[in-house]
Design a protein around this ligand. Structure first.
Ligand SMILES: *Cc1c(COP(=O)(O)O)cnc(C)c1O
Length: 367
């Protein structure tokens, strides 16, 4: 059997006809940028997450940059975040001249450990940026408390967690502002790059709307602030509106696959992702941990099962962040996670016999 880590072709088959038809119409109309489908997508995601201001943009990295710009993050400002995440979480801070301050993760859910945040706060700290990694919501209550107590802005990098929720509260609705990605491999993946900023604050929403079009307001060519060009194309927005109605079912399939694996892997020397009730983990990735990661990866490869390593080098040890002065051993939980994590295929289109095959191959490795 040959099983990829994600199967975008299978998913596209479900929506192909409708997307192709609508793209044809858009191209005939030649209304290509920030049109009706963009508006519809923004309305749809805003209502789904319960966040009043939803502003699309070119990609998830820009969504982070726009969020930080809207909050006024500038040269010298410190933003507390996790080192165990995709690069843009921290690069967005650094690109604006800010300083990412990394605090270690909780070994239970691999998200930023709220217990370490307070000690990292200095007079220069302006914000906390959390990441709901692999689709698992952070433990938000203590983090919200700290942000409130110290008057810090709270940013959610929700690139991997659209649809994750706890007690009915959705990812993206906790902080001041949130950044979403529609990169093709995300849970709601587009037909190209795409992103969105979500905020409940009107001031930030209005600012982001201007920032994504060169800082222009209602009057063309009058620039109220220094913005960037980060618009979403109509054809990409359209494809996302066609895919959106499937998101809940797709996320549930991911959770079912994860529950299945967790059941099959009971008793193996593997650290399994925790699944705690409703839908606080939507399994963008299903990640197990083992000191035998390289061996397991190789074994699965021999069996035709593709796996992924997210992320092989934590951000505090990336060469480009050398100037921040971190060294090996500074953030040990993240470093162990980088060495031991392995993602197995969990995508919604995974067939029952495929996941059985994958589970069997994993069990075989350990017995
Ligand atoms: C994908 C991702 C991003 C960046 O999104 P792009 O659309 O690829 O720019 C940021 N943060 C996290 C955690 C991601 O997974």
């Amino acid at each position: 059997m040959d099983i990829p880590i994600i199967n975008l072709k299978a998913q596209f088959q479900e929506v192909k006809e409708e997307i192709l038809k609508k793209i044809g119409e858009i191209l005939s109309e030649q209304k290509l940028i920030l049109g009706d489908y963009v508006k519809l997508l923004e309305k749809t995601i805003g209502e789904y997450t319960g966040v009043p201001y939803a502003i699309s943009c070119a990609n998830g990295t820009d969504a982070l940059i726009l969020s930080l710009m809207a909050l006024g993050i500038k040269e010298g400002d410190e933003v507390i975040t996790t080192p165990y995440t995709f690069f843009s979480t921290a690069s967005s801070i650094a690109l604006l001249g800010g300083r990412p301050v990394f605090v270690d993760i909780d070994e239970r859910d691999l998200n930023i450990n709220p217990e370490f945040i307070e000690a990292a706060i200095t007079p220069k700290t302006k914000a906390i940026m959390v990441v709901h990694l692999f689709g698992k919501l952070c433990d938000m209550k203590p983090i919200e408390d700290i942000a409130d107590r110290y008057g810090l802005s709270l940013i959610e990098d929700m690139a991997q967690s659209l649809g994750a929720r706890k007690d009915g509260k959705m990812a993206g609705s906790f902080g001041d502002i949130a950044a979403l990605s529609f990169y093709p491999t995300k849970n709601l993946g587009g037909i190209g790059e795409g992103g969105m900023v979500l905020t409940k604050r009107e001031d930030l929403g209005e600012k982001v709307k201007k920032l994504r079009v060169h800082g222009m307001g209602q009057v063309p060519y009058i620039h109220e602030m220094l913005g960037i060009n980060s618009r979403l194309d109509e054809i990409k927005a359209c494809a996302l509106t066609v895919k959106f109605p499937h998101l809940e079912a797709w996320n549930r399939k991911r959770i079912e696959n994860a529950l299945y694996y967790n059941e099959r892997f009971k008793g193996l020397p593997l650290i399994l992702p925790r699944i705690e009730g409703d839908q606080d983990h939507i399994f963008h990735l299903y990640v197990v941990r083992t000191e035998k990661r390289e061996g397991l990866k190789e074994h699965l490869k021999q069996k035709g099962v593709q796996t992924g390593v997210y992320y092989p080098v934590p951000l505090h040890l990336q060469e480009c962040f050398g100037y921040l002065g971190y060294k090996k051993g500074d953030l040990p939980v993240s470093e162990v996670a980088s060495r031991t994590s392995l993602a197995l295929p969990v995508y919604p289109e995974l067939k029952e016999e495929e996941r059985e095959y994958i589970a069997g191959a994993v069990i075989e490795f350990f017995t």
